[in-house]
Design a protein around this ligand. Structure first.
Ligand SMILES: Cc1cc2nc3c(=O)[nH]c(=O)nc-3n(C[C@H](O)[C@H](O)[C@H](O)COP(=O)(O)O)c2cc1C
Length: 168
């Protein structure tokens, strides 16, 4: 059974992305996994300063904010789920900031030492997710994380629940 964290980048609690997150989470927990969701919009997390302190000082980040909570959870997570509505073709700023800040974690743990598993949950008004999938490819292709799957589209709660339940 896996330790799963969900990085929920939707600013709308109770919205369409949130609904996929809830379904995924229910499926994953029913299957015996541990799930912790981070609702990023409610957290105090600032953008990466590109000071490169983390790259020269073993992953130490100079910023003291709520990212520390996510960083701790990231270190012990087996599965990192990215959830976001599509904004201007890609993920929201809330989620992008957190992914940028994970840069420090890669410097702490080593780029090849962070072998996580992952999944992507997204909704959009339209039906093109190409840019977001390119971005997701950084994890699934470049970093070789195991991809459990993607759920792309509002109203796909059953698919999201099944994806969560498929994780073992
Ligand atoms: C700032 C902003 C940008 C958006 N950009 C896109 C877009 O590029 N493509 C698209 O299909 N939908 C776009 N949408 C629509 C949302 O992705 C869509 O309504 C989504 O399902 C909302 O999810 P939520 O209920 O979790 O907030 C945008 C919405 C906002 C507010």
């Amino acid at each position: 059974m896996k330790n799963i964290i969900i990085l929920n980048g939707s600013p709308r609690k109770g919205g369409k992305t949130d609904s996929l997150v809830k379904a995924f989470s229910a499926g994953a927990q029913d299957a015996g996994n541990t799930v912790k969701e981070f609702y990023l919009n409610g957290m105090n997390i600032h953008g990466c300063l590109a000071c490169e302190t983390c790259s020269t000082k073993g992953g130490i980040c100079v910023q003291k904010d709520d990212m520390a909570e996510i960083a701790d959870a990231f270190e012990t997570a087996d599965v990192v789920v990215f959830a976001s509505p599509e904004f201007w073709g890609t993920i929201t700023g809330q989620l992008k900031i957190v992914i940028d800040r994970l840069y420090a974690e890669f410097h702490k743990l080593g780029w090849t030492g962070v072998l996580k598993e992952t999944a992507l949950l997204m909704t959009a008004r339209g039906d093109s997710y190409d840019q977001a999938l390119d971005f997701y490819g950084i994890f699934t292709n470049m970093l070789a994380w195991k991809n459990w799957g993607t759920v792309l589209g509002a109203g796909r709660e059953n698919e999201a629940r099944e994806l969560g339940a498929s994780i073992y």
